[in-house]
Design a binder for this molecule. Sequence first.
Ligand SMILES: [Zn+2]
Length: 337
Amino acid sequence: MSRTPHRDTERHGTRPIRSRLVDPDHALLSNLLLARGVVDRAAHRRTDLAWQAERRADPGSRVLRVVDGSALVTRDQGAAALAFSSPDASGPDLAFLGVDEDDVAYFAEHASERRDPADGESWADLRMVGAALGARDAGLMVTAVALDNWLRTHARCPRCGTPTEFNAGGWSRRCPEDGSDHFPRTDPAIIVLVRDRDDRALLGRQGRWAEGWFSTLAGFVESGESAEAALRREVREESGVVIGERLDDIRYLGSQPWPFPCSLMLGYHAWTDSPAHEADGDEIAEVRWFSRDELADACSRGEVRLPPAVSIARRLVERWYGAELPGDWSRPPPVPR
Ligand SMILES: [Zn+2]
């Protein structure tokens, strides 16, 4: 197989150049590794106190202990599985995650201390283990970590400062002073692979990253802003590149939760007719255009390293590149703590 699997070089007379470069694959990104949840969230059970009590007394229910984004896992070859415990070994505030197809109920326990792993177990966060978990476990851990991040950091009422109470199976916090309810936060962020008229891809290196680490551009959607406006603003701020205003200048490709601590990444490709670029020198230290051959050469020589398989950034690059990228083009995995 060629290293540069496809090029959208079909030419159509006088049609605008951007239309000729549009990726022929119109499907949304599927099977994003942190967006694979299969367990029914059964939201109607969150406030059903009798049902919650019954399931918490059921030794068949499973509890995932979460400590600062990490959980216990077991590993077997390249695969990993969550190491659950029984509800009787858990504290009072269990967040309800859902029910699987075998009617097993899942909960998450917020804990501040890691317990010693049993034989074959180890603590891991989602960056380390998200790609190795099966769909059920990946979905459970993403939800458990996202919810735990919120429960842990929103212990007081934002109106009056009173400590709030765990409510609705962990899906809200209630202020006993003024009765206000507060719900888990999810912060939308755009993430975008920008393409130029030669169908090169624009990648950037954050200032805090090692030399040679590159990824797509990304940024939070600000208050009062649409996702599309955020995309144009972030690309311009970080790289100086201008994204056009036409319908086919931006294409939405899918989303995945990114609970570090509470983002939802909205993935796009975008096209520009003006590839002149300049890194902002602040958040982004360096931006570069890559052809497929240039990216393959730089990664093969070890000069450039790309985001890991668990990220939507990787999948946005792969969609442009036209094939799954080799594993050794990834930056090194995080070191276990
Ligand atoms: Zn209050």
